[in-house]
Design a protein around this ligand. Structure first.
Ligand SMILES: [Zn+2]
Length: 275
């Protein structure tokens, strides 16, 4: 049992120690963000060298994210002229250059911080990007989406299934668990589609109308006689080719919806060709 007097003495000693402890000195590091990373900074800070003041050493990841730039946007960091990992601790006087993924510039063999894509591109989208998910499925890309998915689940799906997490929520992309992600800048679904196709070089991999727009399952050819009882009379009369979704049982044919989507895909392709 502690004696009350001893307790008092400890408290006084502790206070004295606290008073004598030198205050941590404010340190400063200087950051420069390049290319489209500037989209993520406030207007008045773009293209400038920005000073970051800190007391305790922070990792480069945390310091970069303090500017509002999720680590998923950053592919390469130079600290005082040398490549640096996200985990490197910031030091007083550091000069840090931060670069995005360059689509048309091959930085190999430099140290990329974003994983290189392997095989087919697969996505998982946050709850605000339902239309973009349907558009990506229309182009044939495996795109998971659930309107009631929690952020925690999205981060786990992305990490566990190695899917690129598409989001407009910077907080979600700052989670350490998320190593593949992209902050969608545009607000209109068609502009978002162009943006994502450009960012991930999807133009050459487009395989339209092979995946269910509603549940993401690959479609199968359906013989007309097997599904004709489910068709509207006019459709039965004018169409002979059908696909069915084994996931949700929807039937697809090349009606007015198909023609609208085909024209959207044509616009997208010519847009990507000139970008
Ligand atoms: Zn389906």
């Amino acid at each position: 049992m502690t004696h009350p007097a001893g307790q008092q003495r400890v408290t006084r000693d502790t206070l004295r120690l606290c008073r004598n402890k030198p205050k941590p000195q404010m340190q400063r590091a200087h950051f420069r963000f390049y290319a489209e990373l500037n989209d993520l900074l406030p207007q008045q800070r773009t293209g400038l060298t920005l000073t970051h003041a800190f007391e305790d050493p922070a990792s480069l990841k945390d310091a970069i994210e303090a500017f509002g730039v999720p680590h998923t946007e950053v592919d390469f960091i130079l600290a005082n002229g040398s490549p640096a990992p996200f985990s490197q601790l910031l030091r007083d006087g550091d000069r840090i250059s931060v670069y995005p993924v360059f689509r048309s510039l091959d930085l190999t063999p430099l140290t990329h911080l974003q994983p290189r894509p392997e095989g087919d591109m697969r996505f998982v989208l946050d709850t605000h990007l339902g239309k973009l998910a349907a558009h990506l499925r229309m182009l044939g890309f495996d795109s998971l989406y659930g309107s009631d998915c929690l952020d925690e689940e999205l981060a786990h799906i992305s990490a566990g299934q190695q899917r690129i997490l598409l989001s407009r929520d910077r907080g979600l992309l700052k989670r350490s668990l998320v190593t593949r992600g992209y902050l969608v800048r545009a607000t209109h679904p068609q502009e978002q589609l162009i943006e994502v196709c450009r960012r991930f070089n999807l133009a050459g991999s487009i395989a339209p109308f092979r995946r269910c727009l509603h549940c993401n399952t690959p479609l199968q050819v359906a013989p007309k006689d097997l599904i004709s009882h489910r068709l509207p009379t006019e459709t039965r009369k004018h169409y002979d080719e059908f696909h069915i979704c084994p996931g949700c049982n929807r039937v697809y044919w090349k009606g007015s919806h198909y023609r609208r989507m085909a024209s959207l895909i044509e616009d997208l392709r010519s847009n990507l060709l000139w970008s």
